[in-house]
Design a protein around this ligand. Structure first.
Ligand code: DX5
Ligand code: ZN
Length: 225
């Protein structure tokens, strides 16, 4: 099994042929489901109906990224719909500890997402509880944006923080990720790569998943973990 996991974002999939697009990425490790509420982010995507549809169409674990305000009030909807892992934004959560504990009590994996301008130090008092940390490498809301280079040093800073705490949450990076930068991202310490346009924009999405994974593995080897 590869040390690098690939999570294609269905934001770039053909929603009229979702089941077919899911079949085209049967080698993915997670299905990344971007839920946008038109409030926390300036775009509206989809909600529980699509999570349920994915659950019925694939056995690949669903990684549900909630770009929604006040996730506390609706997180149960996504657990009931079949999410295997849920990430909530630090910037959108008033009672983050409660939300994370609740998700885990319900038998789902839980993670926190940080926007590009939020430093990793805000995780100091929640890191030990997390299955995943998701670092945004674009401002959330849209697919197809350019990777923000500063994310690389944030990944490194997060690894240092994890070492200090003696914990190993998955480190996921989301936004502008593709074969050209996967090596550098994994060299910095990431081990889960989200890719939307780089996968579904490719002629052969499953080959794109492998190409990104292969580049990521090269970086992982150099990162010495
Ligand atoms: C952005 C979403 C991403 C997005 C990534 O708000 O969270 O998951 O779909 O798309 P690409 O890979 O095209 O940047
Ligand atoms: Zn996402």
């Amino acid at each position: 099994m590869s040390a690098i996991k690939i999570a294609p974002s269905i934001l770039s999939a053909d929603m009229a042929n979702l089941a077919h697009d899911l079949e085209r990425i049967s080698n993915a490790d997670f299905i990344h489901v971007d839920v946008m509420d038109g409030h926390f982010v300036p775009n509206l995507s989809y909600g529980t109906a699509i999570v349920k549809a994915c659950k019925g169409a694939t056995d690949i674990p669903l990684d549900v990224h909630l770009m929604i305000s006040n996730p506390d009030s609706t997180v149960d909807w996504y657990i009931d719909a079949g999410a295997d892992l849920i990430t909530v934004h630090y910037e959108a959560s008033t009672h983050l500890n409660r939300t994370i504990s609740h998700i885990k009590q319900r038998g789902c994996k839980a993670g926190v997402v940080l926007n590009p301008a939020t430093p990793v130090t805000v995780l100091e008092d929640i890191l030990d509880e997390l299955d995943m940390v998701l670092l945004m490498s674009v401002n959330p809301g849209f697919g197809g944006q350019a990777f923000i280079g500063r994310t690389l040093s944030k990944i490194e800073a997060l690894r240092v923080l994890c070492d200090q705490h003696g914990v190993r949450p998955l480190i996921e990076v989301d936004g502008g990720v593709g074969e050209p930068n996967a090596e550098a991202i994994c060299r910095a310490g990431a081990n889960v790569l989200v890719a939307g346009s780089a996968v579904f924009g490719a002629e052969d999405p499953s080959a794109a998943v492998e190409a990104i994974r292969c580049a990521g593995e090269r970086g992982h080897l150099a990162c010495g973990e």
